[in-house]
Design a protein. Structure first.
Length: 213
C-alpha cells in the first residue's frame, strides 16, 4: 500500500517513471536501466531440428530487470511495458511469415487478467512485418495451472492437449510465427505447434525472454 501511494505521488509530480527503478523517465525504461539491460542483450536465434518448430527467437534472458518488466506486464497489467521490446524484436527477426500466432490464454484466465500478453507482443510484430495475426479458431480448451513451479515433465503433462485449432487447412503451405512471453522448457509452444497440420511450410517461435535451463 505504501509503495503504491508513493508511486501515485511520484506520478503526479513526474508524469512518467521507469518501470524498473521508479526513477523519473520519459520512457518506459530509464537510460540507466536500459544501459544495464543492453549489456546482457542475448539476441538469441536457436535452431531446433526435429521438434514441431524450427527456430526460436528470444532477445533476452528471463532474469533481473527483464524478469521485473515481464512480471509487471503479466501480473500487474502494465501493458505499456511491451513497447520497450519493440526494437529488440524488430532487429531479431530475419524471416518472412504468412501468419503470426499468439499463444492463447484460456478464456477464464484472459477474462481475469484483462488481456493476453502474447497478443500484445504479436501486435508489435505485426507493425514491423505487416503480417496478419490469426486468433480465430485457435483456442485453449483446458484451464491449466501456472507452469512456474512445475518440473519439465509436469509442464509437458500440464499443457498436453490444451489447445485446439479449427480449419487447419488454411495453414497448409504457410510459414507461421508462434508468439509467447517466456520460453522455459518449450512445453507450451510445442503443444500448440503440434496442433497445426504437418503440411505447414514452417513454424518458428518468438518470445521476449528465455530462461537459463
Amino acid at each position: 500500500m505504501v509503495l503504491k501511494s508513493l508511486r501515485f505521488i511520484l506520478e503526479v509530480v513526474f508524469p512518467s517513471l521507469c518501470y524498473i527503478c521508479d526513477k523519473p523517465s520519459k520512457n518506459v525504461v530509464c537510460k540507466g536501466c536500459r544501459d544495464s539491460i543492453e549489456h546482457r542483450l542475448l539476441i538469441n536465434k536457436v535452431i531446433y531440428p526435429g521438434v514441431p518448430f524450427y527456430k526460436l527467437y528470444s532477445p533476452f534472458l528471463y532474469e533481473m530487470e527483464i524478469r521485473v518488466l515481464i512480471e509487471k506486464l503479466k501480473y500487474q497489467g502494465q501493458r505499456a511495458i511491451v513497447k520497450f521490446f519493440k526494437n529488440y524484436i524488430a532487429n531479431l527477426l530475419d524471416e518472412n511469415y504468412d501468419f503470426i500466432i499468439p499463444v492463447p490464454l484460456h478464456p477464464l484466465k484472459e477474462k481475469k487478467r484483462g488481456f493476453n500478453q502474447s497478443l500484445l507482443i504479436a501486435e508489435l510484430i505485426k507493425e514491423e512485418l505487416r503480417v496478419p495475426i490469426v486468433t480465430e479458431g485457435i483456442v485453449r480448451t483446458r484451464y491449466t495451472k501456472t507452469q512456474t513451479k512445475l518440473s519439465r515433465k509436469e509442464r509437458e503433462e500440464n499443457v498436453k492437449n490444451a489447445f485446439n485449432i479449427k480449419s487447419v487447412k488454411r495453414f497448409i503451405g504457410k510459414k507461421l510465427l508462434i508468439v509467447d512471453d517466456v520460453y522455459t522448457t518449450g512445453s507450451t509452444v510445442r503443444s500448440l505447434a503440434k496442433c497445426f497440420p504437418k503440411e505447414v511450410s514452417r513454424i518458428d517461435v518468438l518470445t521476449l525472454a528465455i530462461t537459463r535451463i
